[in-house]
Structures are given as C-alpha cells and as structure tokens.
Design a protein around this ligand. Structure first.
Ligand code: ACM
Length: 547
C-alpha cells in the first residue's frame, strides 16, 4: 500500500514538475520551460486583453488579433473592463540576438513577446496560437512558461506549381497561411512552364491569350499505353492586381514570395505564343498537353536578339510585381538537341565563342542573372545551372541527390536543398499504388522528418553554412484541385517545418508524431483541409528497395 502511495506521488511529480513539454508545439521550440512567475498563476486571455506593440508592426498586430478571434472566438475589442492584462511586444535586440528569433514569457498579468524583427513577431504569434485552445471559448488560460526560439536554417520554403493546375487566389492565400503557421519564410511560386503561362504580361499579351491555355490535358501517367487525354480547354493566369494583392497578403504574414519564370527550357507556353523565339519559328507550337517534356518536344528558347529583349522585358515586369531580392530563373531540364540541330543557333554560338550547348545554357543563365544583379536582385536556379561555369553569386536549388549539393557547395555556391528524395511532395506517400494518383516514387512522412539537409561530406569539408535551407516542391500534374494539394502536403509539410527548424540532435520522430496528433490533425480539420491519414503505417521501413 505504502509503495502505491510513493508511486502515485512520483507520478504526480513527474507530470506536474519537470513539465518540459506543457504544450505540443510544431516546429518544436529551441527551449520551453515551465516557470513559477506570479506563483504560477496562468495568464488569462479575455476580450479586455490588450496587445501593445510598436506602431511599425501595426499590420502584424491586427493579424495577430484577428487570428486569435478566428481560432478561439475571443475578440480583443479593447473593452475597458477589469481585470485588465496585456500582451506586450517589444524589440529587444540585445537579448534577441538572431534573425527571426523570439522569446515569450507569461505571467498572470503579462504575456511578453520579445523580438528583433518582423519575422520574429510572426513566429511568436504562431507559437501563441498553439498555446491557445482550438475551439470557441470566452477566456483562455496560458500556463506560466518561458519559450526561447529561433530557426536552424535561414531559408525555409514551400513551392507550388500553378502551371500544371491553377488554383484560385483564395487558395494561394490559404497556402501562404499554411506556410506562416509552420514558420516557413518563403513561398516559391512556379509561374511558367510548358503547360501554361500563369502571370499577366503587359508587353507580350499573347503570353496570356495563347500561352495561358492548353487544349487538352493528359489523363493518368504518360507511360500508360495508350496515353489518354481529355479534350477540355484548360488554363488561366493571375492578373497583376491579383498578384499585388497576394504579395501584400504574404508581406503582412512574413512570407517572401520568390516568383519563378523557367528559362531557357520549359518554355513551350512562351514559344506557342511567340514562335519567333524558338529554334523553329515557322512551326506552330501548341501549349503542352503532356507532362514531362524533357527532350520530347521543342521547348527551348533560341539565342537571338528578340529573345534577349523578351527576357529583359518579362523579368522587368516580374520585378515590378515582386519585391523579393531573389528571383528564380529555372534552368532545369533544358534539352540541348534543339540547339544542336539549328544552324542559326550554331552560328550564334560561333560568333560568341560559345563552345557547346552546355555553355549556351550557361550564357542564358548568366545573361539573366547579370540583368537581375544590375537591378539589385539575385538569381536562383535549379541545380543544372551548375553544369557550366557560372558565377557563384547565383544560388543553386538542388532537386537531385546529395551529389549535386556537394558539387555546388564545393564550388562555393549557396545551396537550397529540395532533393527529390524526400522533398518532392508530388510523390506517393505510401507504397500503395492504389492510393490517389501521384508521381511514382515514395516519400514517407518519416523520411521527410529524418532527412538531414547538410550532407556529411559538406559538414566534413567545413562547408555546412553553404546550405542555406530547404524546401519541398509541389508539382501539380496530379493535383487538380485544392483538396488534392492538401492531401499531398499534409502531414509532410508539418514534418518539413521541423526538419528545417530544430537542432538535429533534438529530433525525435516518436515525439513529433505525438505533437502532430495533438496539435496538427485537429488543425487540418479546423482549416477544412485534407491530409493523408495513413501516415503512421508507411514509414522508412516500408520503403521498397528499388524505390
Ligand atoms: C525539376 O523537378 N525539374 C526542378
């Protein structure tokens, strides 16, 4: 009997005292401890609670207050009723020493947020939302705690392809909200490709009237025999006003949008609109209806004055709309055979001392990277840009394996890790091919969680700081609507947020799964978002050997 008492007392102490994780927060904060401020009496959020924050963060404060109301029903309406307490936000650069860092301390009277920049405030808001109930209440308690938190990587992104399928403005905003909630800081918006041009252009209107629409779309996989197509005209594009609205929305939420115009390959939509930019100007090209164009059909820009004028004009219009320092210029999967067999391209190469087609690809990349640099912007390209000899000011986005990351880092490039395994969220998330149609390949939740973005060879060479971060890519060939995108990204995006945020020595998949269940599954439902429900059944151990 006595032993049972001792055991119970011990249980009580274990659950009450160390309380290292009083809350399930994702990504997990660097440090979270229970404190005894004000005798441990909780902070109580109520409609009379006031947020006091520097005026320059007024938009973030409004967003904070509205987010609390959406989640809990508590409207911080400034009612002058007692008792009164405060959320106080201050800049404290002497204590908050890193970008995007924040500290939250709660006592009975004050929930204090200390920051050094806007993103720190945004990150703190996401944590506070996870301390609050996900249901309508009249007041909400937050225990006395102290959270100190900062990210491991400076670039934490999610990509979305709006070419293979286009999504409404409201969904783009919802996607940005997903990013903000998970403490990402970058949205990579893939706006042009072979299957469509999705951004309004003032100076080249046929990019929209012709390039934004295709006459049919592949059904199923291209390898299916025979390949099947529908006969529905499909397309659309975002107007300049819509883009300005989205950029402003993201800016309030601390998300930088990096737009991508993919050149010199993946340009079939542009060539359909302006065949004179291609190697075969007398041919009538259609916007592509098939996925995966590499080498199969002509989709490269030809090097000629009209093309370089086109590129300067298009990238100038892009810069008018997007304030981001970084602009993505694609550079992937550029088929060289069309340049090889075109006499005018070959003449251009001879005149400009360009030794082969790989060097011509580099010529294109350098041309645009320099043009962007003159406009105080920095180019990002897929890892193929490193096939030639380009300036290391450009950032390499690696979608290959660790081999390409190592090569780029050793040459001196900064690298963003988006390896196909496991950061391509268009791949199946189980080995069950009867699951909703996806690109072949299997990237499980566990693989995303356990992936280490800095390859061993890079850390051994002392080049770890060349890996600036990571991102998942969401190619939408098999994502025809928003629910399918949600199904493919959740819960993998949640795992990625932690992979890019926390110190790797603190990673625990088991602990992550518990927080996922407690914090995120109800939230996906609250957001009316879909998610892949069988994530626990399909781990790394189930990966087929040949996948
Ligand atoms: C890519 O997947 N071609 C970047």
């Amino acid at each position: 009997m006595r032993n049972i008492f001792i055991l119970c007392a011990l249980c009580f102490m274990i659950t009450r005292l160390p309380a290292q994780y009083p809350y399930a927060i994702i990504p997990e904060p660097a440090s979270m401890i229970k404190t005894r401020f004000d005798g441990g009496n909780p902070f109580i959020l109520r409609s009379s609670t006031r947020i006091k924050a520097p005026e320059k963060y007024a938009e973030q404060t409004t967003y904070f207050s509205e987010s609390i109301t959406t989640q809990t029903g508590i409207a911080l309406n400034g009612a002058l009723t007692l008792p009164r307490n405060f959320i106080i936000v201050t800049e404290a650069p002497e204590k908050i020493t890193m970008p995007e860092m924040y500290k939250i301390t709660t006592s009975q009277e004050i929930l204090r947020i200390e920051i050094r920049d806007k993103r720190g405030y945004i990150n703190a808001i996401q944590t506070v939302l996870q301390l609050l109930p996900l249901e309508k209440v009249s007041t909400a308690e937050i225990e006395t705690i102290e959270i100190t938190d900062y990210p491991r990587f400076s670039y934490r992104g999610m990509h979305l392809d709006v070419v293979r399928h286009i999504f409404p403005v409201n969904y783009i905003k919802k996607y940005i909200d997903y990013l903000t909630f998970h403490k990402f800081n970058t949205f990579h918006w893939h706006l042009t490709d072979d299957q469509g041009w999705r951004i309004e252009m003032k100076n080249y209107p046929k990019l929209n009237t012709i390039g934004s629409f295709r006459n049919a779309t592949l059904i199923g996989h291209f390898k299916d025999i025979p390949a099947k197509y529908d006969s529905t005209r499909y397309g659309g594009y975002y107007t300049r006003a819509e883009i300005a609205d989205i950029v402003a929305y993201a800016n309030v939420r601390g998300i930088t949008i990096i737009p991508e115009i993919d050149i010199p390959g993946h340009s079939r939509a542009a060539i359909a609109a302006y065949p004179e930019l291609s190697t075969n100007p007398d041919t009538t090209w259609q916007v592509a209806t098939t996925w995966g164009m590499y080498n199969r059909q002509n989709n490269v820009l030809a090097p000629k004055p009209a093309t370089f004028t086109f590129l300067e004009t298009v990238f100038s219009e892009l810069m008018e709309l997007f304030p981001s320092t970084y602009i993505h210029i694609g550079g992937d999967e550029c088929s060289k055979m069309w340049w090889k067999q075109d006499s005018k391209t070959q003449a251009f190469m001879r005149e400009n001392n360009i030794k082969d087609e790989t060097a011509l690809q580099t010529y294109f990349i350098e041309y645009i990277a320099n043009f962007l640099q003159k406009n105080n912007r920095i180019a990002i390209g897929w890892h193929e840009i490193n096939e030639g000899d380009i300036d290391t000011a450009t950032i390499v986005m690696n979608w290959g394996t660790e081999k390409q990351a190592i090569e780029a880092a050793k040459k001196g490039f900064r690298v963003i890790q988006t390896p196909g395994k496991p950061f391509y969220f268009d791949h199946y998330q189980s080995a069950d091919l009867s699951d909703s149609l996806a690109i072949h390949g299997y990237n499980s939740l566990e693989a995303v969680y356990n992936f280490e973005p800095i390859p061993n060879a890079i850390s051994m060479a002392g080049l770890g700081d060349k890996i600036v971060g990571g991102q998942a890519n969401v190619w939408t060939e098999y994502m025809g609507n928003e629910k399918k995108v949600d199904y493919m990204i959740f819960p993998r995006m949640t795992a990625l947020s932690e992979t890019l945020w926390i110190n790797p020595t603190k990673k625990s998949y088991t602990h992550f799964l518990k927080r996922l269940e407690k914090q995120m599954i109800p939230r996906y439902q609250f957001w009316n978002s879909s998610y892949f429900p069988k994530y626990k059944q399909w781990g790394i151990a189930q990966t087929p050997a040949n996948k």
